[in-house]
Design a protein around this ligand. Structure first.
Ligand code: UDP
Length: 485
């Protein structure tokens, strides 16, 4: 897949002002032909080329101050049918899925998570559940409810399970368990299979003894380095399940129950990922004041410190000293994330009055706009400090974009460094790789092509659906897993 003739990507992470040692003569010629680049000799003797901002046309300034954000949810689109995926995965693959589902006809499934909108889990369930139903594996999706105190606690658990600090008290445990009890009373558990997503609804497993079904905990987060107190509290609940599923081998813990690996997935036919007309992408850029004639760097993420939006701004500022570009930071608040508003403020403070940092606080019904932003981008960034799997990376890969992302969580499963994208470990490294891609467009295009193939083979919803159908058969005793030793 890799083009041998491409220039080698930067391998060291260093501060850009020291100059880019991998810049070719052509790059220098290209940069030097930029009328807004000026020469400047650094104290180390390198000839630096500094980018000088020209005045932004008034209509962009105006639109950036007042982006046209859709205030009402659009009517929901007709969901794709399973047959529609043939054009992407081919008929033989589709036949396999139908064959697996036929054996589960009449079985019932319940999926439970903590939010209907925002975040990767909701994104997956929104598509997985209708497809299972179309395949006549009757599947219901329930969302647990809780007060602000519950979501503060589960956010604290989330951060703590990612290795953060946390002061777990008996009172906090009681609040967590009492909301679980309320949800347990409200939700009916009559299905054959229960799939409980992430720690928030974990304690629903207390209902297991009253059901005839099999229970699976689907953990979407990285448990490799959890806070011992929080994990010590949650682990006995996890071990009451019949199986646990993780998104990467590196995320797992030793458990007394069988574990499975499921990569998360995206739906190539959803509003977020389907092909778009260029005219629509133009319109979205126009609505947000984004100039398509200049490079666009984009990070789409909830405003969450673990996504490091402020680090992205710092990286952009390093790049911008030398290369023209705009930065788009688009996100919204998931309903289960009370920190969003505070982080958004930090991001706005970090951006200051730079007219080329475009911060968009988007409502949850912005899938088409996000799709257009990703497609308009020159580079997709996901500079997370901690990450579950990182669906925004998958979305970027699928759209054939070069992706620069933090080497954390499930991102290295998606980005094979220098083959399907570029992994970074610091602000300086992020800036370095962005600048490298901006000055090596052929290499950037090759990464995009490889990335799309990688996403197609591993991270599409059809691959995920197949895995669920096989696992259900195993759990219901209809199929036996092969011996692994
Ligand atoms: N997303 C969105 N609107 C936003 C921010 C994110 O629709 O304002 C989507 C994004 O496109 C992706 C998902 O939410 O599909 C985020 O998943 P990811 O695994 O990257 O991160 P999480 O939010 O689950 O930590």
């Amino acid at each position: 897949m890799e083009n041998d003739k491409k220039p080698a990507a930067a391998t060291t992470e260093q501060d850009l002002p020291r100059g880019n040692p991998t810049a070719t003569k052509e790059d220098q010629a290209r940069d030097n032909s930029n009328p807004s680049a000026i020469n400047h000799t650094s104290p180390t003797g390198f000839r630096e080329r500094r980018f000088r901002q020209t005045t932004l046309p008034a209509h962009f300034v105006e639109r950036r101050k007042r982006p046209r954000i859709q205030t009402e949810p659009p009517p929901p689109p007709a969901p794709p049918r399973i047959g529609d995926y043939a054009s992407i995965i081919g008929m033989p693959e589709l036949d396999e899925i139908r064959f697996l589902a036929r054996h589960l006809k009449g079985k019932t499934v319940k999926m439970v998570n903590s939010t209907a909108v925002g975040g990767g889990v909701a994104e997956i369930l929104n598509r997985l559940v209708p497809l299972m139903n179309e395949l006549e594996v009757s599947t219901k999706w329930e969302v647990i409810t809780g007060g602000n105190d519950f979501y503060e606690i589960t956010k604290g658990y989330h951060n703590a399970l990612h290795g953060g600090d946390y002061n777990l008290t008996p009172q906090i445990e009681d609040i967590f368990l009492s909301y679980s009890e309320q949800n347990r009373q409200r939700i009916e558990f009559v299905e054959d299979l229960f799939v409980i997503h992430d720690p928030q609804p974990l304690a629903l497993v207390r209902s297991k003894a009253d059901t005839r079904g099999r229970w699976v905990w689907r953990c979407h987060i990285d448990l490799s380095n959890p806070h011992p107190g929080v994990w010590g509290f949650l682990k006995p609940m996890v071990e009451q399940y019949d199986a646990a599923i993780f998104s990467s081998p590196a995320f797992t813990r030793q458990l007394a129950v069988p574990q499975y690996l499921f990569f998360p997935s995206i739906d190539p036919l959803s509003e977020k990922n389907k092909d778009l007309e260029e005219s629509y992408i133009d319109k979205v850029c126009d609505d947000f004041g984004i100039d398509r004639s200049r490079p666009i760097l984009t990070q789409i993420s909830r405003f969450d410190r673990l996504k490091d939006p402020v680090g992205v701004i710092e990286a952009y500022k390093l790049v911008k000293k030398y290369t023209d570009c705009q930065l788009v930071l688009a996100g919204g608040g998931a309903t289960d994330d009370p920190e969003g508003a505070a982080v958004l403020q930090e991001v706005m403070d970090a951006a200051g009055d730079d007219p080329d940092v475009i911060i968009l606080n988007l409502p949850p019904w912005s899938a088409l706009e996000i799709n257009a932003l990703q497609r308009a981008s020159t580079i997709i960034i996901q500079k997370s400090l901690k990450e579950g799997f990182g669906l925004t990376v998958t979305e970027g890969l699928w759209k054939e974009k070069p992706v620069v992302a933090g080497a954390v969580g499930g991102i290295p499963n998606q980005i094979i460094h220098k083959l399907t994208g570029l992994l970074v470990h610091s602000v300086e490294g992020c800036a370095y790789q962005i600048r490298y891609l901006l000055t090596h467009p052929e290499f950037a295009a090759q990464l995009g092509k490889n990335g799309r193939e990688h996403a197609k083979e591993n991270f599409l919803i059809t691959v995920n659906l197949k895995r669920w159908l096989i696992l259900f058969q195993i759990l219901l005793g209809m199929a036996k897993p092969g011996k692994t030793s």
